[in-house]
Design a protein. Structure first.
Length: 402
């Protein structure tokens, strides 16, 4: 194996970083050395001390990653805020550089800077991991828009053909401040793209779990991520009718936990297939003006959307089917690593599901290969011809070794 996993639950950040690094480093074959690492830790940890502990053990290597609402491995799953997980890559599997940009210049401009750097440093067919701080400010939560970031990246890339996947990072389920490990230090309000080893080939599948419960509805008033009207009516009035909630009642606060909004790509009259939908989570609702805030701002006036039920049974079934299908497809290959980017809203503590859907992934992978996953705010994956920011999804990537 060229990759090794380390995990710690220690509440002391320095110890947690050292323990995760020591466990991963102890698995390295004789004669190999640490090349670089991906590290993710809960938002209650101090990131500078975490990084210091990691580098104390592994030496001065690039470390990428950042904050996560929780972690998943072959043997553990948790979201206490004190998890620290690490994927260690040996010198037989080096990365090929990275590009860093400041989001405060604007998401599109930061993305274009990333795209231009990747155009220069990557070659067609390369795979790229992209991470960015999801949270601009809080409270109330104001988010950096992954859709604008990706648009900027594609503007900078030009005709360069890359496989981009990754995440918008969160600190916990309450939108605590976020941070990145950018390869050199702890960074905030930033985005980083890592060109992955060329001897590892990624195979990605996307898990959903939403089904339409309405006809197509036209967005008639919207400002950024704030949706005011559907079909000329207040958005919350339509949601209340659909969910049998009395207008102005305390139950209106449950809207974000019950539904998403979905945009169907391709033939609108084709039979339902979750692979055709991009869904957007609802962060909050406002009973005074009838608006709701979406997790992204890529929906616009004139767009046709559907109200989608967040169905926990469908979610778990999707995870089982898609993970099993991917494992079956790769059973003759030399699998090196499983990496899962999972929407924090899918965790049972948030979704109310009786089954931890990430636990389904964990059980299916078992001890077949090293496995690390983390809970994110936004998931980015190739979807319908380009990489897109997604909501309420699990993105599972299994790397095979050439």
């Amino acid at each position: 194996m060229m990759t090794h996993i380390g995990l710690s639950h220690d509440t002391d950040p320095g110890k947690a970083g050292r323990q995760a690094a020591e466990l991963a480093g102890s698995q390295m074959p004789s004669g190999e050395s640490a090349s670089w690492a991906l590290a993710f830790c809960g938002g209650r940890h101090d990131p500078e001390n975490i990084l210091s502990g990691i580098l104390e053990v592994l030496g001065d290597i690039p470390v990428y990653g950042g904050s996560a609402a929780g972690l998943i491995t072959n043997t553990a799953l948790g979201y206490t805020g004190y998890e620290c997980g690490l994927i260690l890559f040996t010198d037989t599997s080096p990365n090929h550089g990275s590009v860093l940009a400041d989001l405060r210049q604007g998401e599109h401009e930061a993305g274009r800077e990333i795209g231009l750097g990747l155009r220069e440093g990557a070659t067609d067919g390369d795979s790229v991991l992209l991470f960015y701080d999801n949270l601009r400010s809080s409270p109330p939560p104001v988010l950096y828009a992954g859709s604008k970031l990706m648009d900027g990246i594609y503007d900078g890339l030009g005709d360069r053909d890359l496989n981009i996947f990754g995440a918008g990072l969160v600190g916990d389920f309450t939108f605590s401040p976020t941070f990145l490990f950018d390869g050199r230090e702890v960074s905030r309000h930033s985005t980083v793209a890592i060109i992955l080893p060329r001897n590892l080939t990624p195979h990605t599948t996307i898990m959903h779990g939403c089904t339409p419960i309405s006809s197509f509805l036209e967005i008639t008033k919207m400002d950024g991520p704030i949706l005011y009207e559907l079909e000329g009516r207040r958005a919350t009035d339509i949601f209340n009718e659909m969910l049998a909630i009395e207008s102005g009642s305390p139950q209106e606060a449950d809207i974000p936990f019950l539904i998403t909004l979905g945009h169907k790509y391709g033939d609108p009259f084709a039979p339902f297939s979750e692979e055709q939908y991009v869904n957007r989570l609802i962060i909050s609702s406002n009973s005074e003006d009838g608006s709701v805030m979406l997790f992204e701002d890529d929906f616009s006036e004139g767009m046709k959307v559907q109200i989608m039920s967040r169905d926990n049974t469908v979610m778990a079934d999707s995870v089982w089917k898609q993970t099993s299908r991917l494992l079956k497809m790769l059973e003759e290959d030399r699998t090196e690593l499983a990496f899962y980017i999972d929407c924090a809203g899918r965790a049972s503590c948030f979704s109310g599901s009786e089954v931890e859907e990430a636990g389904v992934v964990k059980e299916l992978i078992g001890d077949q290969m090293p496995f690390l996953g983390f809970y994110s705010g936004i998931e980015i994956a190739p979807f319908l011809g380009r990489s897109r920011p997604l909501d309420w999804t699990g993105v599972l990537t299994i790397f095979t070794r050439e």
